[in-house]
Design a binder for this molecule. Structure first.
Ligand code: ZN
Length: 190
């Protein structure tokens, strides 16, 4: 497999994953352009006119364009980009940002699909992994869905102290709009 074939395969894979994540994939993909980092990691969907601006400013290269669809101006004809990649890698400190971002009870329950992080049963409450009394915050990485019995058993202790194990690592959600804002800030497009 050549390098570009490998990159293309990775991109197709990433596009499918991103589309699944964002939901309503077809609608989004039709009206938007997928922006990749210079490393071909998926960053976010952007409005196609914005992608065209980046293209004209030579900040991105077209990875994939719609067949038979072009954008005409007086002086040039551009492909209709469905996937573009930044020419220069931007470091997205996503996890750093997200770990300090607060989350609400309903957001955490939705993320964990109402599954108790300790027993896998139905989680209807939320638990602070590091208790609030120990300085644990209302952040995505410190909150998990929890059933009432596990919550009572754990009480005001860490999982280690309570002899309980997390079935999954609490993670920040992949919020496309927040990520998109951050990417635009990083590449200086407002
Ligand atoms: Zn439980």
């Amino acid at each position: 497999m050549t390098r570009s074939t490998a990159a293309r395969a990775t991109t197709t894979h990433a596009l499918a994953a991103a589309a699944r994540h964002l939901g309503g994939a077809d609608r989004l993909v039709r009206s938007s352009t997928l922006l990749l980092n210079a490393s071909y990691e998926v960053l976010c969907f952007v409005e196609t006119p914005r992608a065209l601006t980046l293209l004209v400013n030579e900040q991105v290269d077209v990875v994939q364009a719609a067949p038979d669809r072009f954008v005409h101006s007086r002086h040039l004809t551009l492909p209709w980009p469905t996937i573009v990649a930044l020419r220069h890698y931007v470091l997205v400190p996503y996890d750093v940002q997200a770990t300090t971002e607060t989350a609400s009870r309903s957001q955490v329950l939705a993320r964990d699909k109402h599954t108790c992080a300790y027993c896998g049963g139905r989680g209807t409450t939320i638990d602070h992994v590091v208790p609030q009394s120990r300085g644990g915050l209302n952040t995505w990485t410190n909150l998990v869905a929890c059933c009432a019995p596990c919550n009572n058993r754990k009480a005001d202790r860490t999982p280690e102290e309570a002899g309980m194990r997390l079935l999954f690592e609490p993670h920040p959600p992949r919020d496309a709009s927040a990520l998109q804002r951050m990417v635009w800030d990083l590449i200086g497009q407002g």
